[in-house]
Design a protein around this ligand. Structure first.
Ligand code: FE2
Ligand code: FE2
Length: 256
């Protein structure tokens, strides 16, 4: 078989497998309608109009979404990486870089978790969301640094060796000015005793985008074990102030 033919056959196989999985998931949904949260579609629709349910539907999905992989009863942070988060190579590479640079374990864990909101929850204000997700389970310094890395990314620090990222110039334009609230957060962070911890995330963050690097979460099992207090009941089920956020990641389309 010519290589292009085998490639074509493989892509047909992949498509038919995807179709089969989709059909299975649709069957599992039965007559349960999935209604998206306003936040998921705001902008694509005018939120003032609300998200309309399809006419004539009366049953709604109130459990986990059968189109997503099932989560264990007591999920760990590793389960979220495996079953709910998007590609995590950037986080793994940042953590590896921090470790190689001889950073404290707190910084290594902070690097490993700093963008979990981007890959698994909400992109806007991702540092703040990520910090809130992990706050009950990590040292306060780690949570603070994760929150503030988002802010510090916009402000150079020559002494620490951090330049304003060229990527941000490309993404947001030459004339982008950080908004008022971001400047105010920066000014507060600059005077904070943990400023350098957050700054270290930005130093390991900036140069960590190699699409070909192979890194696995296994490399950080020890760091996670020592610095992330995994709740026995599982993330989402321990009654912590962040449990509801983890549950929303587990079942993002639950009606209520
Ligand atoms: Fe970030
Ligand atoms: Fe990042």
């Amino acid at each position: 078989m010519a290589p292009d033919e085998s490639g074509a056959k493989r892509s047909v196989d992949v498509v038919s497998e995807a179709d089969r999985l989709e059909a299975e998931a649709a069957a599992a949904l039965e007559d349960q309608t999935v209604l998206k949260s306003v936040l998921y579609v705001s902008g694509e629709i005018d939120p003032r109009g609300g998200v309309a349910a399809p006419a004539g539907r009366r049953r709604f999905l109130i459990g986990e979404d059968p189109r997503l992989p099932a989560m264990p009863e007591a999920p760990t942070i590793a389960d979220f990486f495996a079953l709910r988060f998007g590609p995590s190579s950037h986080l793994l590479q940042s953590a590896r870089r921090a470790r190689k640079a001889g950073c404290d374990e707190k910084v290594v864990l902070a690097c490993l978790l700093h963008d979990i909101a981007v890959i698994g929850f909400i992109r806007a204000d991702h540092g703040f969301w990520a910090a809130q997700l992990v706050e009950p389970y990590v040292d306060p310094e780690i949570a603070w640094a994760i929150r503030m890395h988002q802010v510090l990314r916009f402000f150079p620090d020559d002494e620490a060796g951090y330049e304003y990222p060229q990527m941000y110039v490309d993404f947001f334009g030459e004339d982008f000015e950080p908004p008022r609230w971001l400047v105010a957060e920066y000014e507060r962070a600059r005077k904070h005793r943990w400023y350098m911890t957050a700054r270290q995330i930005t130093l390991n963050d900036e140069y960590s985008f190699d699409p070909n690097a192979v890194v696995s979460l296994d490399e950080f099992v020890d760091v996670i074990g020592r610095n992330f207090r995994q709740p026995e009941e599982g993330l989402g089920f321990d009654g912590s102030p962040a449990a509801h956020m983890w549950r929303t990641i587990i079942a993002p389309t639950r009606f209520l």
